[in-house]
Ligand binder design. Structure first.
Ligand code: AKB
Length: 317
C-alpha cells in the first residue's frame, strides 16, 4: 500500500491534518512523525514514528521501507520562536525542505506539501489585499526562510519535475494543540484565557489587523490543493490564501459576547513589530480560480465552534 508521511505531525496544523488524512485515506495509509517521542500519545489512531527531518538517511529509509509516495512536510519553527533562535530556525526550516525536495527527486515521490506563510511579505509590501505577486521583503528569520523555501519549491518543480505544492498560510487557529510560537498564536491563547476566566494579556496592540483562518478551513485547503489535478496548479511557489482578518480587539469583543466578564490588557512586545510588517488582508484569487478555494468559517462561527469544543480538549493538549 502507498503511504502518506506527515512530518512535524504533533504541531498545530499536523495534529488536525493527520486526523483528516486518516478519515480520507484510511488510518493504515498514514504515518505521523515527529522528533518528539512523547507525541506518540496523540496518534493512537495511526502509525507513529520518531523522525528527525534533518537526518537525510533516516528520512530516505522511512520513505523506502514504508513505501511512502506523498509527504506533508510541516516540521518548522514559527515566527516568534525563530527570532529567538535565528540560526536554528533557518537550518531547520530550509535544510529540512531541501533534504526532502532532493529525496522527492531521487525517489520520485508523487507529491509533496510544504506550508509557506504571509510572513514572506514585509514592510514594503502592500498591506491591504496583498496580491499573489506583491513585492516580498520579509524581515524576520521565519519570513526569509519561507521566501527562500518558495523559490526552492519552484526550482525543484521547474528543473526536476517534483510535484511540490504550497500555501501561504495566514494565522491558523485551532483548539487541538497548544499555541506553537507564532505571532498570530495570540488568537489561539485568547480562547484558553477566556475559558479559564483569566485576563488576557495581548502582546499585540488592539488595532493590529492580521489575516487568519480556522483550522478546519486550513486542512480543507491543504487537501483540496493536494487533490487538484496538476494542470490546474498555476502557482508553483506558494498560493496566497485567506479566510478572515481581525484585530485583537475584534476577537476579544467576539469572545465577550460569550464571556461577559472577560478582560483584556494590551502589553505589546517584540512581536508587535513582526505583525506590523505583515499584510492586513490578502488577495487569494489564484487559489479561488485554480482549485475553487472557498472558506467556511468567519470570526463568529469559529468562535462558537471553539468554545463548544475546547473544554473537552483542554486536558488532552
Ligand atoms: C506565525 O505567526 O509565525 C505563523 C504564520 C503567520 O506563519 N502563524
Amino acid at each position: 500500500m502507498n503511504k502518506i508521511l506527515v512530518t512535524g505531525a504533533a504541531g498545530q496544523l499536523g495534529t488536525e491534518l493527520t486526523q483528516k488524512l486518516c478519515e480520507i485515506h484510511g488510518s493504515e495509509a498514514i504515518i505521523a512523525s515527529d522528533i518528539n517521542q512523547n507525541s506518540s500519545a496523540k496518534f493512537s489512531f495511526c502509525q507513529f514514528m520518531v523522525l528527525d527531518v534533518m537526518d537525510k538517511n533516516s528520512l530516505r529509509n522511512a520513505i523506502i521501507n514504508e513505501k511512502i509516495t506523498q509527504v506533508y512536510h510541516l516540521a518548522a519553527i514559527l515566527s516568534a520562536t525563530a527570532e529567538q533562535k535565528p540560526l536554528l530556525a533557518w537550518k531547520l526550516n530550509i535544510d529540512s525542505l531541501l533534504i526532502l525536495l532532493d529525496l522527492a527527486k531521487e525517489l520520485k515521490l508523487d507529491r509533496v506539501f510544504w506550508p509557506s506563510s504571509i510572513a514572506v511579505f514585509g514592510k514594503e509590501s502592500p498591506k491591504i489585499n496583498t496580491a499573489q505577486d506583491a513585492v516580498q521583503t520579509a524581515n524576520t528569520v521565519y519570513g526569509i526562510s519561507k521566501m527562500a523555501g518558495e523559490r526552492w519549491c519552484d526550482y525543484y518543480y521547474s528543473h526536476h519535475n517534483v510535484d511540490v505544492r504550497s500555501l501561504r498560510f495566514p494565522g491558523l487557529i485551532g483548539y487541538k494543540a497548544k499555541p506553537g510560537g507564532g505571532t498570530t498564536d495570540y488568537a489561539v491563547d485568547i480562547f484558553h484565557k477566556a475559558l479559564a476566566g483569566q485576563v488576557f494579556r495581548s502582546f499585540l496592540e488592539k488595532e493590529t489587523r492580521l489575516p487568519m483562518m480556522y483550522m478546519p478551513d486550513a486542512t480543507k485547503a491543504t487537501i483540496d490543493l493536494m487533490q487538484a489535478p496538476s494542470d490546474n496548479i498555476t502557482v508553483r511557489s506558494s498560493y496566497n490564501l485567506t479566510a478572515m482578518s481581525f484585530t485583537p480587539e475584534e476577537i476579544f469583543l467576539e469572545l465577550k459576547k460569550h464571556f461577559p466578564e472577560f478582560k483584556i490588557k494590551y502589553q505589546p512586545d517584540y512581536r508587535q513589530e513582526i505583525a506590523s510588517n505583515w499584510p492586513q488582508t490578502i488577495d487569494d484569487q489564484y487559489a479561488r480560480n485554480d482549485w475553487n478555494w472557498q472558506q467556511e468559517y468567519d470570526l463568529p462561527e469559529m468562535t462558537k465552534d471553539i468554545i463548544k469544543n475546547l473544554p473537552y480538549w483542554i486536558d488532552k493538549i
